[in-house]
Write a protein that binds this ligand. Structure first.
Ligand SMILES: Nc1ncnc2c1ncn2[C@@H]1O[C@H](COP(=O)(O)OP(=O)(O)O)[C@@H](O)[C@H]1O
Ligand SMILES: [Mg+2]
Length: 249
C-alpha cells in the first residue's frame, strides 16, 4: 500500500494579472522527505508557498494536502491539517519576550472551548511546552529576553520554534538562512536537520552549501516553472541548473 502524499500539486498555476508567477506545477512529496527548492529571485518560490498555505488563491490546478483537496480551504483550515511555516519576512512580536511569543503561538494552536476555560494546570502545561520549543532551537536560556534584544540569527531561530509549535506534519521554510552569517548558517543547518524525521519539510534556500547539507531532493524553479527535480547530485550536474545559476550570479 502506498501512503497518501503529504502534498500533491497538479497543474498549479498562479497568475497576477498578466504575470504568471507559478506556471503549471505538478509535484508530489513523500512523507518525511526534505525537499529544497532552488531558483533565482522572482522564480515563483514564495508564491508557490503562499498557494500551498492558502495565503493566495490559485488560478488553476489542484492542491492536495494529506489527500484532501484544499483549493477552497482557508489558511487556518490548512494549518489544522498540519501545515506549518516560517515567513521570508520575520513575523514576531518584538516587545514581548521569547517565552511570551511562543506561549501566544501555543494558545493560537489550542482550539475551541479549551481556550475559554484555561485552568492553572493547562497554563502550566503551555509554559512547559513553550520552554521545550525554545530548548529545541537552542534559545531556552533567553526565554525571558524581549525579542528586540535578539540578534537577527536568533530571531530566525525563534521563528523556527514558532513554526514547530503544534507539531506540523508538513513544514514550509522560506529562506530560513537569508541574512545569516556563515557560522549562523551552519548552526541553523543543524537545527533544520534536527527537525523530527516524520515532519515532511520543504525549504526555499539560495545557499548551495545549506541546500546540499539538508536536501534529499532538489527542485529547481525558473520563471514560475519546475525545470529540474531529483536527487541533489543529479540535479546539481544538469545543464539547466548550471545555466540558471551561472546566469543568476
Ligand atoms: N502579490 C503580488 N502581486 C503581483 N505580482 C507578484 C505578487 N507576488 C509576487 N509577484 C510576482 O511574482 C513573481 C514571483 O515572485 P516570488 O514568488 O516572490 O518569487 P521568489 O520567491 O522565487 O523570488 C515575481 O515576478 C513577483 O514580482
Ligand atoms: Mg521569495
Amino acid at each position: 500500500m502506498t501512503s497518501t502524499p503529504p502534498l500533491r500539486l497538479d497543474n498549479v498555476t498562479k497568475s497576477f494579472g498578466g504575470l504568471t508567477a507559478v506556471s503549471d506545477v505538478t509535484l508530489s512529496v513523500h512523507e518525511g522527505e526534505r525537499s529544497v527548492i532552488l531558483g533565482p529571485n522572482g522564480a515563483g518560490k514564495t508564491t508557490l508557498f503562499h498557494c500551498i498555505t492558502g495565503t493566495l488563491p490559485i488560478t488553476s490546478g489542484t492542491i492536495q494536502i494529506f489527500g484532501k483537496n484544499v483549493n477552497r480551504m482557508t489558511p487556518n483550515a490548512r494549518t489544522r491539517l498540519g501545515v506549518g511555516r516560517t515567513f521570508q519576512i520575520t513575523n514576531l512580536f518584538a516587545e514581548l519576550t521569547l517565552l511570551q511569543n511562543v506561549v501566544l503561538a501555543v494558545h493560537g494552536r489550542a482550539r475551541g472551548a479549551r481556550r475559554l476555560f484555561t485552568s492553572w494546570q493547562s497554563e502550566r502545561h503551555v509554559v512547559d511546552q513553550a520552554h521545550a520549543e525554545l530548548d529545541r532551537v537552542g534559545l531556552c536560556g533567553k526565554a525571558d529576553l524581549d525579542v528586540s534584544e535578539l540578534s537577527y540569527g536568533e530571531r530566525r531561530q525563534l521563528e523556527l520554534a514558532l513554526a514547530l509549535v503544534g507539531g506540523p506534519r508538513l513544514l514550509l521554510l522560506d529562506e530560513p538562512c537569508a541574512g545569516l552569517s556563515q557560522s549562523e548558517r551552519q548552526a541553523f543547518t543543524g537545527l533544520i536537520r534536527a527537525i523530527p524525521s516524520n515532519v515532511t519539510t520543504i525549504i526555499v534556500e539560495h545557499d548551495m552549501d545549506v541546500a546540499f547539507a539538508i536536501a534529499d531532493r532538489l527542485i529547481v524553479m525558473n520563471q514560475g516553472a519546475l525545470i529540474c527535480d531529483g536527487p541533489p547530485e543529479e540535479v546539481r550536474n544538469t545543464t539547466e541548473v548550471q545555466e540558471v545559476y551561472l546566469g543568476d550570479a
